[in-house]
Design a protein around this ligand. Structure first.
Ligand code: ADP
Ligand code: MG
Length: 194
């Protein structure tokens, strides 16, 4: 598979598909995720195509899973957008800001984190944006909900996401009561979806 790069500042000739991962481990996590999905749906030149279930996962720190940190709620959304990659990133950062992203004492804990996982299957290594997201291939909290909404998806440079190995068995051996698909499925659903 040959990687096709993208100019981060140039809008596509026609709308393209993008994949965004959402995570929250502080505050009212479910409400924050719902509000963030609604904000994305309302953003100019962004159309919401699909929203995964919300899964609970232990926090992943540089040294591995950290059961002492507040657990995350994670979800993935598929978008169609006419925005350039950097313009879409700016939308994500604005939504993070809007929901009062704060950092507590633990590394990485946050009220809301939005990562651009894939943009039109393109690759990019720019100062503010790396595509695909450099750690997506090893993050089950991204891959599991992504598979739910797009089982045939391909991660540029890594292949089909349904063939990538599980890196961290989610919810196993912890208080999180994992499901077969990994993580704990929450019933709050994608109320932000149209
Ligand atoms: P992380 O999500 O890795 O914990 P942060 O959310 O704090 O880290 O990092 C945010 C910065 O990462 C953004 O300011 C953005 O410029 C940069 N970045 C690079 N590539 C991406 C990407 N694919 N998605 C989101 N942010 C990215
Ligand atoms: Mg981020």
């Amino acid at each position: 598979m040959s990687a096709v790069s993208v100019d981060p500042g140039v809008a596509p000739a026609a709308p393209v598909r993008a994949v965004v991962a959402l995570g929250a481990n502080l505050g009212d996590r479910g409400r924050t995720l719902q509000a963030a999905v609604r904000d994305l749906a309302d953003a100019e030149r962004v159309e919401l195509l699909a929203v995964s279930a919300v899964l609970e996962n232990p926090a992943l720190k540089p040294d591995g899973l950290d059961a002492s940190a507040p657990p995350y709620l994670n979800a993935v959304v598929l978008l169609r957008t006419g925005l350039a990659p950097l313009a879409l990133l700016d939308v994500l950062l604005a939504v993070e800001q809007r929901h009062g992203r704060v950092r507590a004492e633990h590394w990485g804990d946050r009220t809301l984190d939005l990562d651009l996982i894939d943009y039109d299957g393109r690759v990019l290594d720019a100062p503010r944006l790396t595509l695909p997201h450099p750690r997506a291939h090893e993050r089950d909290f991204v891959l599991v909900p992504w598979r739910q909404v797009d089982p045939d998806a391909v991660l540029p440079g890594y292949g089909r996401i349904d063939e990538l190995p599980a890196a961290h068995p989610l919810g196993v051996g912890s208080d999180f009561g994992g499901t077969e698909s990994g993580g704990t499925e929450f019933g709050i659903g994608p109320e932000g979806a149209p």
